[in-house]
Design a protein around this ligand. Structure first.
Ligand code: SAH
Ligand code: SF4
Length: 370
């Protein structure tokens, strides 16, 4: 378990681990279930609230574990009620989570889902050219409790029950594999958040070895691949990771995943004007998707301040989609929700961080400012 120095965060623990820890203290195993019920069913905010535990045990737990709580420093709502939460972690780092009320073109079938998009790292080391998360580089991995807490805090702040989780916030989830898989185990467990694995989607920029590792993992989560270029030449311009794992290697790992999991992958494909939105790219993308019977999610580019790219016209977007459909590929254009609140990956954090680094430090002192 990876976390910052100090006592381990309680929300990073699996039930079996807590049982072992409590057994070492001479406690009955059922105490561990009680603690988990307080954490995930009753949503306690401290050990002191766990009133059916003996007081000395509560005190011991408070000493032995960190009850990690994210501090909401900014909350933004938008016209379409997509809400964005900027959290400050114990060490002052900022991460963001987005609550999307309905996501017909995203990962499930139903359109009345409440989806949360969670972050897995502070910053990102992969430096995709179009993405705000990578602009300031990578600082650290989130520990499991910080990932799990994003869900608990967003449910608490919004008053809504989340029924779909996408790992599409800041960071590359497969580069923080152990902590992310542990978070998924807690999200999925009946003693934890209790959300079905099919309602959990991991998105990756294409770390081929970890895709294979995930294929061999028993959990049936969904997987989305951020493709964004259908040839090495184009993909390389946008995503440095393509030099390490070129398309042939990435697509082989995808084929392995599909075969092992008997599950359809999703290709995410941002449409950037004049760069990857040509008919040639659409045809190449259609070939890859057909080979893997993958779905394609087209995402009109969300403009990022300081970056030169633009989203293509709706006509160009539709033309790209038509090529895929004519080739028999299941494809949709994601009509971006939350465009007006900088909902794309890492954008709110970047804006806030720049403001905080500059003259205006008021965000940190005014929780839920907006
Ligand atoms: N690192 C992972 C998950 C986080 S990024 C990955 O790359 O898949 C989640 C999604 O947001 C990716 O598909 C990413 O390409 C997309 N994204 C990033 N910046 C964007 C932007 N400016 N406009 C639209 N989508 C963006
Ligand atoms: Fe990192 Fe994903 Fe952004 Fe690329 S798109 S920089 S991998 S968060």
């Amino acid at each position: 378990m990876t976390h910052a120095a100090g006592p381990p965060p309680i929300k990073s623990l699996l039930l079996s681990e807590l049982e072992t820890t409590l057994a070492e203290l001479g406690q009955q195993p059922y105490r561990a279930r009680q603690v988990m019920r307080w954490l995930y069913a009753k949503r306690a905010k401290s050990f002191a609230e766990m009133t059916d535990l003996p007081a000395p045990l509560r005190e011991h737990l408070a000493q032995a574990f960190h009850f990690d709580d994210l501090q909401a420093v900014r909350t933004l709502g938008s016209g379409d009620t997509t809400r964005k939460f900027l959290f400050q972690l114990a060490d002052g780092a900022l991460v963001e989570s987005v609550l999307i009320p309905a996501s017909p073109a995203l990962y499930g079938e139903a359109s009345d889902r409440r989806t949360i998009c969670v972050s897995t790292q502070v910053g990102c080391a992969y430096g995709c050219k179009f993405c705000a998360s990578g602009l300031d580089g990578w600082s650290r991995n989130l520990h499991t409790g910080e990932i799990v807490d994003q869900i608990l805090r967003v449910e608490e702040l919004s008053g809504e029950k989340i029924n779909n989780i996408v790992f599409m916030g800041m960071g590359e989830p497969l580069a923080n594999f152990e902590n992310v898989m542990r978070a998924i185990a807690i999200i999925n467990a009946p003693w934890g958040i209790g959300l079905g694995a099919r309602h959990i989607t991991l998105s990756t920029s294409g770390l081929a070895p970890q895709i294979r590792q995930l294929a061999d993992h028993p959990l049936q989560v969904r997987l989305a691949i951020s493709l964004h270029g259908a040839t090495d030449e184009v993909r390389q311009q946008l995503m440095p990771v393509n030099r390490k794992y070129p398309l042939a290697i990435l697509l082989d790992a995808c084929a392995y995943y599909t075969q092992r999991k008997k599950q359809r992958l999703t290709f995410e494909y941002i449409l950037i004007d004049g760069l990857n939105d040509t008919p040639g790219q659409a045809e190449a993308l259609a070939r890859h998707a057909s080979r893997l019977t993958a779905k394609v999610n087209l995402i009109p580019y969300n403009e990022v301040e300081g970056l030169p790219w633009a989203r293509p016209t709706v006509r160009r977007q539709e033309a790209f989609l038509r090529v895929l459909k004519n080739a028999g590929v299941a494809a949709t254009i994601r009509r971006e929700k939350g465009h007006d609140i900088a909902a794309a990956c890492g954008q709110l954090r970047l804006q806030t961080k720049r403001a905080m680094d500059g003259a205006d430090k008021s965000f940190a002192e005014s929780p839920n400012a907006e």
